[in-house]
Design a protein around this ligand. Structure first.
Ligand code: PMP
Length: 374
């Protein structure tokens, strides 16, 4: 039996080349990048190079790249860091109801504990937040908008370039986007985005490794105080081997982005066409969404089906890994207007460039067998 891993939106396997780079640097580049000796200077130089590579990939400056422990931390730093820094300009902030938990919970905390007023925008049935909808919600005291690029459960894609363009009319408003499920998979342009969060473990890099891209015009109240690393925005001894690996991960992912996109689009189209022929299946992902995510519901208990699949070493998820242990109902599916039954019985298949059409075919055979046997 071969192992089929279709849970790449939760995390991906580490690329061997990236692992080799890490091992090499963790052995040789162990000195503290802030130390005043030759070994420390060497670490600092590698860190600087890594930051430069990443800055160039985003057409940003070195000072605009902040290393974090992942997208959850980058989201929290962007959201709380901005809102605390600029709270005297206004206390109204805007997001959508289908953001990742690390965005939604940060907004809820600001609302409940720090007296911010939040407008939670509801997406349309395709999981999209329109720019006009955001504009209508803007008030005189609005200081911050956070809208994700690709939704992690259904793969809907927001046009963050157009949203950012519109928000330029409101100079007081800072625009943040969680691009975790987009980077290296879909073309991302950050020219109209002030802050963007991402994680390396979704593109064959390491868990616990992330980046906040921050426009130099913006100041943030740091959430981790200490030695002043990361331009004072995020203290803590820099993990240089991780930073070098992050640069390599992004370089590889962006170089192969178009090819991987086309490859996964073929897998998605085949899977969706076949799923449509199975009785009781409802496709939840929008047609023009990310090719890397296919979300569908079945008229049987989804957790029973995913468990049966996993016994055959086929790994999919019922929804996003960050909320799958909480309740069986998906808030994302509810928010796009699906009923409780569909929202409670969803399966998310998420691809990476490592997947093949043969794997999709085996998955379909096994899925049909399981559905017939229940
Ligand atoms: N945002 C989105 C859209 C995600 O899919 C994830 C990963 N589940 C995160 C944020 C959190 O990333 P990390 O695991 O690096 O904290």
């Amino acid at each position: 039996m071969i192992l089929i891993y279709f849970d790449n939106a939760a995390t991906t396997s580490v690329d061997q080349d990236i692992l080799n780079t890490y091992v090499e640097f963790v052995k040789t580049c162990f000195a503290n990048a802030a130390s005043n000796h030759l070994l420390g200077y060497k670490s600092y130089e590698y860190e600087k190079q890594a930051r430069q590579i990443i800055a160039n990939l985003f057409k940003k400056k070195e000072e605009e790249i902040i290393f974090t422990s992942g997208a959850s931390e980058a989201n929290n730093l962007a959201i709380k860091g901005t809102c605390f820094q600029y709270k005297n300009r206004g206390k109204h902030i805007i997001t959508s109801t289908i953001e990742h938990a690390s965005v939604l919970e940060a907004f809820k905390q600001l609302e409940k504990e720090f007296n911010f007023e939040v407008t939670y925008l509801k997406p349309n049935k395709n999981g999209i937040i329109e720019k006009d909808q955001i504009e209508k919600a803007i008030r005189n005291d609005t200081i911050f908008v956070s809208i994700m690029m690709v939704n992690n459960e259904i793969g809907s894609i927001n046009d963050i370039d157009t949203i950012g363009e519109m928000l330029k009319k409101y100079p007081k408003i800072i625009f943040h986007s969680d691009i975790t499920q987009a980077i290296g998979k879909i073309k991302v342009d950050l020219k109209n985005v002030d802050l963007a969060s991402l994680s390396l473990h979704k593109i064959h890099g390491f868990k616990g490794s992330g980046i906040l891209v921050k426009s130099e015009k913006i100041n943030l109240m740091s959430q981790i105080s200490g030695g002043g690393q990361e331009f004072n925005f995020r203290s803590g001894t820099n993990n240089v081997p991780y930073e070098v690996s992050a640069a390599k991960t992004l370089r590889i992912a962006l170089k192969n982005q178009e090819e991987n996109y086309q490859k996964c689009l073929k897998l998605k189209n085949y899977l969706v066409d076949e799923l449509k022929n199975i009785q009781g299946v409802h496709i939840n992902s929008p047609i023009n969404g990310s090719p890397f995510i296919v979300n569908f519901s079945i008229d049987k208990k989804a957790s029973v089906v995913t468990e049966a699949l996993s016994k055959k070493e086929i790994y999919v998820s019922t929804k996003s890994a960050c909320s799958s242990k909480k309740s069986s109902i998906s808030y994302v599916l509810k928010e796009i207007g699906l009923d409780d039954k569909i929202s409670s019985n969803a399966i998310r298949v998420s691809f990476s460039d490592n997947n093949t059409l043969d794997e999709v075919k085996i998955f379909l055979v096994e899925l049909k067998k399981i559905l017939e046997s229940i």
